[in-house]
Design a binder for this molecule. Structure first.
Ligand SMILES: [Zn+2]
Length: 191
């Protein structure tokens, strides 16, 4: 009957201890993987915030009307700002203007800093849209491309320091003041 030597006993203990450590490591890995999978699949773990704002007005008016205009109303201006931040980051603009009676066609629409009486720099423009019949020109929803920064564009409108301008191919342009119809704070945007 030979007793295990002191050396082999302690080496066996070392082995057992390292196996325990390996198991703990493995458990840790599984736990990390589980947390990752659950957070990736969990529809309630929202990683994107969104906010938006709507501005309205009427061509030819230096003060935006307080009544709610529809696209059928002559001169009606609509500008919608949409912003996402977080795992999905994007800024875009929806715009529409009822040009019938003001312009036969549209070459560009602009949002400028200032007022029609005191024009400032160009904040946003697009020439990407289509005319419905001879009345409503709708911009396609383009990614915001300035020329100002999105932050300047957002705050100028939010603080009532911006107005709308529509240019026709002839070179003529018509302006209109805008008022804020709605604005939202950043809130989780999950579908
Ligand atoms: Zn302009």
């Amino acid at each position: 009957m030979s007793q295990p030597s002191r050396t082999s006993f302690s080496s066996r203990r070392r082995t057992r201890r390292s196996e325990t450590a390996r198991h703990a490591l493995l458990r840790g890995c599984w736990l990390a993987l589980l947390v990752f999978v659950v957070s990736a699949c969990n529809p309630y773990a929202c990683a994107t915030d969104a906010r938006n704002a709507i501005y309205v007005g009427r061509l030819g008016q230096s003060v935006a009307p307080t009544d709610n205009l529809t696209a059928a109303d002559s001169g009606r201006i609509f500008v919608g700002l949409n912003e996402w931040r977080g795992s999905l980051a994007q800024q875009n603009v929806d715009a529409s203007v009822t040009v019938k009676g003001f312009a036969p066609a549209v070459s560009e629409i602009h949002v400028h800093e200032g007022t029609p009486a005191s024009p400032g720099r160009l904040l946003w423009k697009t020439d990407h849209g289509y005319l419905v019949g001879d009345s409503v020109w709708n911009a396609y929803r383009d990614l915001f491309q300035g020329p100002a920064s999105w932050a300047d564009f957002w705050s100028a409108l939010n603080e009532g320091r911006a107005y709308f301008e529509v240019h026709s191919p002839s070179g003529a342009s018509v302006t209109g003041a805008m008022r804020q119809e709605s604005v939202s704070a950043f809130s989780p945007a999950c579908t």
